[in-house]
Ligand binder design. Structure first.
Ligand code: 13P
Ligand code: SF4
Length: 349
């Protein structure tokens, strides 16, 4: 567990982190990517961190992989590559750097380490977990195999390395349907997200059986919420992530992964849109799409929100919070993740 006051006093000895209008001005091009959602006084506070992180990245030959759910100052301010779980996994496998800082949650850092064992992978906060990853162990996979003998196990990347190692292939919300459909067996086991599995089952000819895990952010939405949103703001395009329950997805105008959501809004440019997903998603795309008015709600992922500029600077400064995966587990997990990447590339996803 990080001691915040120790971290702050140590960092302030090495870097000038006081709010600075001068530094904010020198980084005005960076600010322009988020000025619709970050206020000028906040930028004056963030800019010295952005400057220090950028300098340290060069010194350490490090890259920051930022998930779409990071806050805008991380997403636009310091990330070298941004995207959904699939895009970040693919980037981790081919990016040239000595160090990867994973601005996301722990399973993403493990995935990066599995794909790039020779690189140092750092997590700004080791407690940035995921309710889905916590919902299942490798024994859970064995249980499902015993219940459905011969059925392949398609496991969401939101899982630990040990669970990936026990599975046949991974998937993300971008490629889950295509991966399930590509399995030879009629029955396919999906773990650990029951809602993603049910949403895929509704679009696939396969008999999809699943583990009862869920995402604490997306499971909160109800179909009634969406009907209420529509009544409150008629004409708003409702766009839901497939980790939402199936009746929520049925009520939405579109459902897709975080990159699928970005593509849909970019192509359609609705006048008003409500993203039924983690809160930062809308903030991160607001500047790119000035013609779209993004309206509530704002459900935050408590794990993603553990990541901050300060903690990113800390791990780059100290090298603390290195992520290790047992080499035997990593070797087996790599087969599942690589099988997903290979199939996704083959399918042009
Ligand atoms: P994607 O970015 O793959 O859509 O996943 C969302 C998510 O919840 C990651 O934790
Ligand atoms: Fe896990 Fe849900 Fe948070 Fe994504 S949003 S990291 S699935 S808890």
């Amino acid at each position: 567990m990080l001691n915040l006051s120790h971290m702050r006093s140590e960092l302030s000895e090495h870097y000038d982190l006081a709010p600075s209008p001068e530094v904010a001005e020198t980084l005005k091009d960076v600010y322009a990517r988020m000025d619709r959602v970050v206020t000028p006084p906040d930028w004056v506070t963030y800019a010295p961190y952005v400057k220090a992180i950028s300098e340290l990245k060069k010194k350490r030959n490090a890259v920051i992989l930022g998930h779409n759910y990071m806050t805008p100052e991380i997403f636009h301010g310091v990330s070298d590559f941004v995207g959904d779980s699939l895009q970040l996994a693919m980037k981790a496998s081919d990016v040239e750097a000595d160090v990867i800082v994973q601005a996301g949650v722990h399973f993403m850092a493990e995935t990066s380490k599995i794909l790039s064992p020779q690189k140092t992978v750092l997590m700004p906060d080791m407690d940035a977990g995921c309710s889905l990853a916590e919902s299942i162990t490798a024994e859970g996979i064995d249980e499902m195999r015993a219940k459905y003998p011969g059925a392949p196990v398609v496991t969401y990347v939101n899982t630990t390395a040990a669970v990936k190692a026990a599975s046949d292939i991974c998937c993300t919300s971008s490629n889950a349907l295509q991966i399930v459909n590509a399995m030879e067996s009629d029955t396919v086991i999906m773990t650990p997200d029951q809602y993603l599995a049910q949403n895929i089952a509704n679009q696939s000819h396969k008999n999809v059986v699943y583990w009862p895990g869920s995402c604490i952010v997306h499971e909160q939405y109800t179909a009634q919420d969406l009907r209420d949103f529509r009544e409150w703001n008629p004409g708003t395009r409702l766009i839901a992530h497939p980790e939402c329950p199936p009746d929520v997805v049925a009520e939405a105008d579109f459902s897709g992964s975080t990159s699928g959501i970005l593509k849909y809004v970019t192509d359609e440019k609705p006048e008003r849109a409500m993203l039924i997903t983690e809160c930062s998603m809308a903030s991160n795309i607001a500047d790119e799409l000035p013609e779209v008015d993004f309206v509530g709600p704002c459900n935050m992922c408590p794990y993603m929100k553990k990541i901050s500029l300060e903690k990113i600077l800390w791990v780059l400064h100290t090298g603390e919070n290195e992520v290790f995966v047992d080499p035997d587990v990593a070797e087996k997990a790599r087969l599942s993740v690589q099988a997903m990447i290979d199939l996704s590339r083959k399918l042009g996803l």
